[in-house]
Ligand binder design. Sequence first.
Ligand code: ADP
Ligand code: MG
Length: 330
Amino acid sequence: ESVVNRIAAGEVIQRPSSAVKELVENSIDAGASTVSVAVKDGGLKLIQVSDDGHGIRFEDLPILCERHTTSKLSAYEDLQTIKSMGFRGEALASMTYVGHVTVTTITEGQLHGYRVSYRDGVMENDPKPCAAVKGTQVMVENLFYNMAARRKTLQNSNDDYPKIVDFISRFAVHHINVNFSCRKHGANRADVHSASTSSRLDAIRNVYGVSVVRDLMEIEVSDENAVDGIFTMDGFISNANYVAKKTTMILFINDRLVDCTSLKRAIEFVYSAILPQASKPFIYMSINLPREHVDVNIHPTKKETVNSSALAQANTQKEKGTDVSTATGA
Ligand code: ADP
Ligand code: MG
């Protein structure tokens, strides 16, 4: 059974950057206004995500890392929400099957916090009282210690740190009211350091630099006549002056960071048709649409989003044994 769990966990957490993404999303879900990430060895040795969110109650600690533990559904009618937002209580559990997880947390009004370590879904010891300021710190050590081949691939490939920086940069552009930082463990200088702001352009300037911001145009679309509800899209796209060899696409759908290769290709195509002299675009786009039109569960990493009809197709193919997901973790 433990091998099965490990393999399943390795699907949910494919690389250190996927663990970081899940941890940061949890911090944001916990209402954090500051999220700090520190990483050793591209995340293989250590990933540490600290937040000042609402913390985890003592009585929830024993089941925290069991699969399907989630505090993010309260009623049966939330099933649609779980389906669409990927609230499945699998991320933390998965990390305990492929790494050593230690949680330190304190909830509002408590005099001290608790620290507890997990392995294979269960607590290794009773939670120990400890000093804590506010919120939660999750530490993942020795990721993939029990998956030799995965470890080797990751060690050989260029380390995952740039991807981690990339994720945090995107979060910082979308969640502008949160302070983000990301650094190599022990380093004085943070590689992403974004102070909360009320202006999206400030956030982009913070992370991607002033030269990018200079060449951006605002985009805004809203369609209340869209089938089944409201569709809105807002963001920024670079103009003809912008110069870059690679497309930067920051896409949030219903506040979840996702990849959508087909949309990216479509935008690149139109962009180069309209601005043939221009380089590859920079795009930040936040799309909101009725949840039943989004399904982020196409892949365990929840990063590639497709619409329901594509999902139906994908499911048929899955039954035939084809892995259709193209989530890159990039
Ligand atoms: P999910 O996010 O899908 O609910 P996770 O495995 O990511 O599942 O997390 C399980 C649960 O642990 C969450 O529902 C939440 O209640 C709690 N949790 C995880 N991280 C944090 C955090 N940083 N702050 C507060 N609660 C957290
Ligand atoms: Mg989560």
